[in-house]
Write a protein that binds this ligand. Structure first.
Ligand code: NAD
Ligand code: UDP
Length: 311
């Protein structure tokens, strides 16, 4: 198949391009290189079945493809808050453009949605039936509400135009090729620990997240895309929940670092807790994560150690 991956030079997108090439597909990687990098896709350039298109999904594009993975959107709070208007345009206008393309060429399209559609959840763990608790006017809303509208657009193009859609609600995912300075907790803590710098815990560190290794996520995304009928939305994440303070201690222990923990103010609207209910993914897709946090972190630390001089 010819497969378009928007955001293909980013963290998840570059792994997905690599996996799809390995499966024998033709892969078109589309990216505006806002948070993605050429280094992420360097090793793919030798494949004659791989193409890169520098393009912004806010503008329409004409392509002939069978599948579209719509991943284009900055994912780190630091990056998506840098230009919030652009972020929401990417999720709204960008998704309309990709849905228009899917409709025109009858491609199946998968939207990378997010656990952020649940906001600061009052139901725990979060099942897909929960409608969420999102502040519509806060500093995270450009991302959260943008992704919620993207889900609405997917459903409406499906109901109105019969577009073949898939919606994955991705929970915190980590692994090699996260950008070193993208501000997310995994890359921040690993890089700080390797450099012997203090680990910056925001708030008191009692807020929780559940971290999924990128290989597990890819397996879920491709399984959902190739499922015969099931459109989602479906949660894809690892249900192992960790308070951020414990996560910081774990990274210090795993890196053998002499770093200390320091506390910084909690950003506004930072969700208190987050854990996916993956009953639906288990039942319908037969999917669940296989990589433990220790195994996944070991791979991630090794990757960053290759980039970063240890402190
Ligand atoms: P990332 O920032 O590494 O990758 C995003 C990619 O999209 C980058 O290559 C960037 O340059 C590109 N991009 C951004 N805006 C674009 C635009 N307007 N036009 C074209 N390209 C554009 O982030 P990631 O972690 O790889 O996330 C990929 C997708 O998965 C995003 O849609 C994100 O919202 C979603 N997601 C990720 C996580 C996670 O924990 N990593 C969790 C939930 C959802
Ligand atoms: N966080 C932290 N220190 C950092 C970066 C993040 O304590 O250096 C916290 C952040 O406040 C949040 C959690 O770690 O509670 C996860 O943050 P991240 O930006 O990775 O993703 P989010 O799930 O908030 O989108």
């Amino acid at each position: 198949m010819r497969i378009l991956v928007t955001g293909g030079a980013g963290f998840i997108g570059s792994h997905l391009c690599e996996l799809l090439l390995g499966q024998g597909h033709d892969v078109l990687c589309l990216d505006n290189f806002f948070t993605g990098s050429k280094r992420n896709i360097d090793r793919l350039m030798d494949f004659h079945r791989f193409e890169v298109i520098r393009h912004d999904i806010i503008e329409p594009i004409l392509l002939e493809v069978d599948r579209i993975y719509n991943l284009a959107c900055p994912a780190s709070p630091v990056h998506y808050q840098y230009n919030p208007v652009k972020t929401i345009k990417t999720s709204v206008m960008g998704t309309i453009n990709m849905l228009g393309l899917a409709k025109r060429v009858r491609a199946r399209i998968l939207q990378a949605s997010t656990s952020e559609v649940y906001g600061d959840p009052t139901v725990h763990p979060q099942p897909e039936t929960y409608w969420g608790n999102v502040n519509p006017i806060g500093i995270r809303s450009c991302y959260d509400e943008g992704k919620r509208v993207a889900e609405t657009l997917m459903m409406d193009y499906h109901r109105q135009n019969g577009v073949d859609i898939r919606i994955a609600r991705i929970f915190n995912t980590y692994g090699p090729r996260m950008a070193e300075h993208d501000g997310r907790v995994v890359s921040n803590f690993v890089v700080q620990a390797l450099r012997g710098e203090d680990l910056t815990v925001y708030g008191d560190g009692s807020q929780t997240r559940s971290f999924c290794y990128v290989d597990d996520l890819l397996d879920g995304l491709v399984t959902l895309m190739e499922h015969d009928q099931f459109c989602g939305p479906v949660n894809l994440g690892n249900p192992e929940e960790t308070p951020i303070i414990e996560f910081a201690r774990r990274i210090i222990a795993m890196t053998g670092s002499s770093s200390q923990i320091i506390y910084r103010p909690l950003p506004s609207d930072d969700p208190r807790q987050r854990q996916p209910d993956i009953t639906l993914a288990r039942t319908i897709l037969g999917w669940e994560p296989r990589v433990s946090l220790d195994e996944g972190l070991a791979q991630t630390i090794e990757y960053f150690a290759g980039l970063t001089p240890t402190g």
